[in-house]
Design a protein around this ligand. Sequence first.
Ligand SMILES: Cc1cc2nc3c(=O)[nH]c(=O)nc-3n(C[C@H](O)[C@H](O)[C@H](O)COP(=O)(O)O)c2cc1C
Length: 215
Amino acid sequence: MDRGEILRFFIESRETTLEPSNNAFQEPQMKTLLQIRSSMFSAGGQSSQLAQQFVDGWRAANPDGQVITRDIGAQPVPHLTAERFQAFLAQPETRTPEQQAVAAYSDALIDELRQADEIVLGLPMYNFGVPSTLKAYFDHIARSGVTFKYTEKGPQGLITGKKAYVFAARDEIDLALARRDDRSDALGECGCGSHGGLLDSQAAAARGCVRRPIH
Ligand SMILES: Cc1cc2nc3c(=O)[nH]c(=O)nc-3n(C[C@H](O)[C@H](O)[C@H](O)COP(=O)(O)O)c2cc1C
């Protein structure tokens, strides 16, 4: 402990003896990482493996941290339908049991986002776009009045202060997307930057991944 730290300890001890939350020696808060896999090959996908390297490094740097894994390749998010959307819009006290289940599912996805300090997304390209289940995921977390709101200046994200890392994998067959840089295609296509910038994101991309044989 250097002189400055000793001095700060005494000053803060005098001022805040009954306030442990202000204690200079309080344990750092446990960090949470949300790992989202969207490859149809689940953990075996190239994007999942790239992201996993990040997760392994994160675990080493945050031994007390928790990692929440949301594998939407293994457990796809259903497409948004009129019924599901109505469930989001309905007032909680008027929801039918079916609507409650739909809203609870969406709430659980949103809670994971809220819990996370950082988010890592494995992002494959399938047929010139993001996996459809990832789009469905974004359709289930983009809820007006919950995760974003409309303002005079356009939509504004309500879940802020998160850092997102995107690990994108694809062949070189990217046509229109080839005209964009890796960051914008990953973010623009997956929707991280939508609804007023929900996430502060960084992206890494893997090009030329070997296409798996499809039988
Ligand atoms: C059904 C399917 C469609 C694909 N479409 C494209 C494509 O349009 N452009 C491209 O560059 N790569 C395409 N690829 C290659 C994948 O992007 C590449 O294999 C990548 O590694 C997939 O990520 P994953 O291994 O994490 O699932 C496609 C692969 C599959 C299986």
